[in-house]
Write a protein that binds this ligand. Structure first.
Ligand code: MG
Length: 167
């Protein structure tokens, strides 16, 4: 398998990620995708459960920033209740958004992981930057056609992969 398409860790959801699990791997910062990673694409605002989970990560010493390819309004509205910094229209897998995020996190790439649901944007982009990559099982498979096509291409790379329920 192409190394740049290989996630370091696969998890069932964002809730599988604990501060301890990250710190055991020397990860102190997360770059978070929104759509199909934190919520389904049609959900405009984070719910209580997500707000609390990100607070648990933060209280556990993990910094986090959103890096999304979505447009400004979508990302701004979603980030506000989470009280978290963000980069919108990031053009993942290209490097600009990742580099900006590393700078804002004030962490070096060895100590940061991208958390996302797509191999060809989140995992590829993260691996090209030399950061850790955490692939999340997509929340809602009822996706727009271009993404459904990407899922078909992703499939062979994900055969026999085990998604952890807790790290
Ligand atoms: Mg996504």
């Amino acid at each position: 398998m192409a190394k740049v398409l290989k996630p370091d860790i696969l998890v069932s959801s964002i809730y599988a990620i604990t501060p301890e699990g990250l710190k055991n791997r020397k990860i102190y910062g997360l770059i978070l995708d929104i759509d199909n990673t934190l919520v389904a694409t049609h959900i405009k605002d984070p719910d209580e459960k997500l707000i609390n989970h990100l607070k648990t990560l933060r209280d556990g010493g993990i910094r986090a920033i959103i890096v999304s390819n979505a447009r400004k309004e979508r990302v701004e509205q979603f980030a506000r209740p989470l009280n978290i910094e963000y980069v919108y229209k990031a053009l993942k897998p290209l490097g600009r958004g990742f580099k900006l995020a590393l700078k804002k996190l004030s962490l070096s790439k060895e100590n940061v992981a991208i958390v996302g649901d797509q191999l060809f944007t989140d995992v590829l982009g993260g691996n090209l930057q030399g950061i850790h990559t955490i692939l999340i099982k997509p929340i809602d498979l009822n996706e727009p056609l271009p993404i459904r096509l990407k899922r078909i291409i992703e499939k062979p790379f994900l055969i026999n992969k085990r998604y952890e329920d807790k790290i």
